[in-house]
Design a protein around this ligand. Structure first.
Ligand code: 13P
Length: 248
């Protein structure tokens, strides 16, 4: 399967930055179209920048939100609904990122509700899972990730509707990367869970995330069951973002 190279821009940059970054990503792919042979591309700008960024993208780059509401519409101040993301021509939405779990106390149950809203609107839900450093030190990483998965998978989870992103919390934005053995063990575990709990679970993409850079992407992508990357910091420079795809 093609790798999904997904940029999570998080809460960074001005409108001008976002437009320039989108333009640079599109131009970089146009200059090197063979990148499209093995990769699909996705960018997830801040919600306010979705509509203008859309105007800069071509069909080579999909658009995604970074979160959506668990509710469909109405009096939920500050929320962005899955229907609104769909209306902005998003194809994907990131859900349950560890930053949302940590700073907004998002539970697996809430993430499942959001994922079901996303699926109702025809969006693919990128469900993020990952253990903290303490949980790994206690040897509980599979137990934690297994529970996150089972409790947050929406009804209708299938290779067409969901993507899983394994992001060890201690590897996000820290420059620390899990070893290829650790990545292989966790991706194999997630694959086994998906085979039992999702339709076509052997084909659901499993992304790795956490300090992925052009310099380490090749060895990460060589690991079995790594079907792409969810990229934070390095997705803010088109050169680095595309360099990661190139490495694969
Ligand atoms: P970094 O690539 O900056 O470590 O962030 C990873 C991430 O959280 C992507 O969702």
């Amino acid at each position: 399967m093609k790798k999904l190279i997904a940029g999570n821009w998080k809460m960074n940059g001005s409108m001008e930055n976002a437009l320039n970054l989108a333009k640079d990503v599109v131009a970089g792919i146009q200059e090197n179209t063979q990148l499209l042979e093995n990769n699909d591309f996705l960018v997830c700008p801040p919600a306010l920048h979705l509509a203008p960024v859309r105007t800069e993208l071509t069909s080579a780059v999909s658009l995604g939100g970074q979160d959506c509401s668990p509710f469909d519409k109405g009096a939920y101040t500050g929320d962005v609904s899955a229907a609104m993301l769909n209306d902005m021509k998003c194809d994907y939405v990131i859900l349950g990122h560890s930053e949302r779990r940590q700073y907004y106390c998002e539970s697996n149950m809430l993430i499942k509700q959001k994922a079901e809203m996303a699926l109702e609107q025809g969006l693919k839900a990128i469900i993020c899972v990952g253990e903290t450093e303490g949980e790994r030190e206690e040897g509980r990483e599979q137990e934690v990730v297994g529970q996150q998965l089972l409790e947050s998978l929406p009804e209708g989870a299938s290779a067409d509707t969901i993507v899983i992103a394994y992001e060890p919390v201690w590897a996000i934005g820290t420059g620390k990367v899990a070893t290829t053995d650790d990545i292989a063990a966790m991706h194999a575990y997630i694959r086994a869970q998906l085979k039992s709990n999702a339709k076509d679970g052997d084909k659901v993409r499993i992304l790795y995330g956490g300090s992925v850079k052009p310099t380490n992407a090749a060895e990460i992508f060589a690991v079995e069951d790594v079907n792409g990357a969810l990229i934070g910091g390095a997705s803010l420079q088109a050169h680095d973002f595309l360099g990661i795809a190139q490495a694969g």
